[in-house]
Design a protein around this ligand. Structure first.
Ligand SMILES: Nc1ncnc2c1ncn2[C@@H]1O[C@H](COP(=O)(O)OP(=O)(O)OP(=O)(O)O)[C@@H](O)[C@H]1O
Ligand SMILES: [Mg+2]
Length: 471
């Protein structure tokens, strides 16, 4: 089930490994601080308890010394002086004489004990003085027997609680501040590495779209920097290999053009001879046609290579796409008519873009020729030019069989002809020339079904979005 509400920061944590690492480190850090706090808490409590026990023992031993050296009356007076002291709310004293008679002290007598014991006010004994809110305190007490007498001294454990409170509070503030700093710091570091990774991603995307010249600019000597370095080296190598490959195919195309033209020039005069065996003239005419088609293919390969290799920078001049489309439609109208198709132009007003007129005209001609070639007659073919605020869209729509979604990217590659077209003439270079021309013009090329096709077939709409002149 999809969550109803997706919170952007948590989404980011889920998607980015750097953010996930930062969140994990913060969690580990929090647990570590809490653990350290718990240990300090236990150690502090133990230490305070031991101190209070010591104090109670010292007090009780002092009282026992007084009894031994100075007698019961002196001890009662001493205890009286202690319990009357206004500033001492936190100590308890008890002097019980022979027969269990309480001779002095500030508590009622609890059950007799010697050594250490925790005495709870209100349960084990009652405080005879002190504030009402102290009536349930616990005391670390120490009991000593001296002959028939019994002496108890104790210290209020409220100190332990108070100190713990201070510790918890300071831990809370400390943890809060430390967490805030670590979250900010971790998020900052995570963002930074995320940005670096997304720059590398940008390069990979550009490479995937055919731009092999992009490089990741990240010279830092860490893992991401090293990945960027190896990516750059791989791309250098790849660019070199592709350049080499391109060079070889261009050289082949270039070198074969001349012998092919020579071959055609030798074949053509043969057609004029009248001593040819029967049927030979048709064969020779076919051979001439094939050679011409081969020369055309090599010319197209070289043209695309030039466009892709940036050596044929288009001559960018302001031009009106509508006027250009009108000229192309007029030029191919007869061919469409001969094929039994209807070719219309839909261009309402001028659409100014920057471009190379001849290149765009060639690309548009290729698209219209494809529509004529691949749509069963009578086809409806429309060339449209739609100017808008961002530039202009030049599109060719038909109502033929179209190109299925998964084949669209493939159809733009060189020498690719789809199964349906294998039998007919053509070399699979028309669309790759269109793609190369559009790339040179910064025009985004889209192939999709033609929503206006009324033939029952999906049809095809090839559109190129030209940026506004001056962008
Ligand atoms: N309008 C269209 N309708 C249906 N399929 C098309 C259309 N345009 C192109 N195709 C398909 O895309 C393939 C590639 O087209 P592309 O123009 O690149 O080559 P081609 O027409 O086969 O040969 P060339 O244009 O070099 O003479 C075609 O072979 C065809 O299968
Ligand atoms: Mg074609």
């Amino acid at each position: 089930m999809k969550p109803l509400l997706r919170l952007a920061p948590f989404d980011a944590i889920g998607r980015s490994s750097a953010m996930r690492l930062a969140a994990r480190l913060t969690a580990v850090f929090t647990v570590a601080i809490l653990l350290a706090g718990a240990v300090s808490f236990a150690v502090l409590t133990e230490e305070l308890r031991a101190r209070l026990d010591d104090q109670a023992q010292q007090l009780a031993k002092g009282l026992a010394d007084t009894l031994r050296k100075e007698g019961a009356a002196a001890l009662s007076t001493q205890i009286g002086a202690y319990t009357d002291a206004v500033d001492d709310h936190y100590s308890l004293y008890l002097f019980v004489g022979p027969g269990g008679k309480v001779l002095a002290g500030n508590i009622t007598a609890p059950a007799t004990f010697t050594g250490r014991k925790i005495l709870r006010a209100g349960k084990d004994m009652t405080l005879l003085s002190g504030e009402p809110d102290e009536q349930d305190h616990s005391f670390a007490a120490y009991g000593i027997r001296v002959g028939d007498a019994w002496i108890v001294a104790g210290r209020d454990t409220v100190w332990i609680g108070d100190s713990r409170e201070v510790l918890v509070q300071s831990l809370g503030w400390g943890l809060g501040a430390a967490l805030l700093i670590s979250i900010l710091f971790a998020t900052m570091l995570a963002r930074r590495s995320e940005e670096r990774i997304s720059r590398i991603n940008g390069v990979l995307d550009a490479v995937a779209c055919g731009d092999l010249s992009r490089r990741a600019r990240d010279a830092r000597d860490d893992d991401i920097g090293r990945i960027a370095g190896s990516l750059n080296r791989t791309l250098d190598q790849l660019e070199l290999s592709i350049e080499g490959l391109r060079q070889v195919s261009n050289d082949v195309a270039h070198d074969l053009r001349t012998p092919l033209t020579r071959l055609r020039n030798r074949l053509e005069p043969l057609l004029a001879r009248d001593d040819l065996p029967p049927g030979a003239d048709t064969q020779i005419a076919k051979a001439v046609e094939e050679t011409e088609s081969l020369v055309r293919t090599f010319n197209a390969v070289l043209r695309i290579a030039q466009l892709e290799g940036d050596s044929a920078r288009p001559e960018m001049r302001p031009l009106d796409l509508s006027a250009l489309a009108r000229d192309v439609v007029e030029m191919v109208d007869l061919v469409a008519e001969d094929a039994g198709d209807s070719l219309t132009l839909n261009a309402s007003g001028p659409a100014m873009v920057l471009g190379d007129r001849d290149m765009i005209a060639q690309a548009l001609t290729n698209l219209v020729e494809n529509a004529i070639r691949y749509c069963p007659a009578p086809a409806r073919i429309e060339v449209s030019v739609i100017p808008d605020l961002e530039g202009a869209i030049l599109a060719v729509s038909d109502d033929g069989p179209g190109i299925p979604g998964p084949d669209r990217t493939r159809a733009l590659r060189r020498f690719v002809r789809l199964d349906s077209a294998r039998e007919g003439e053509g070399s699979g270079l028309g669309l790759s020339l269109v793609a190369a021309v559009m790339r040179q013009h910064g025009a985004a090329l889209t192939l999709r079904d033609n929503p206006d096709a009324a033939s029952g077939r999906p049809g095809l709409r090839v559109s190129a979005r030209f940026p506004k002149a001056g962008d």
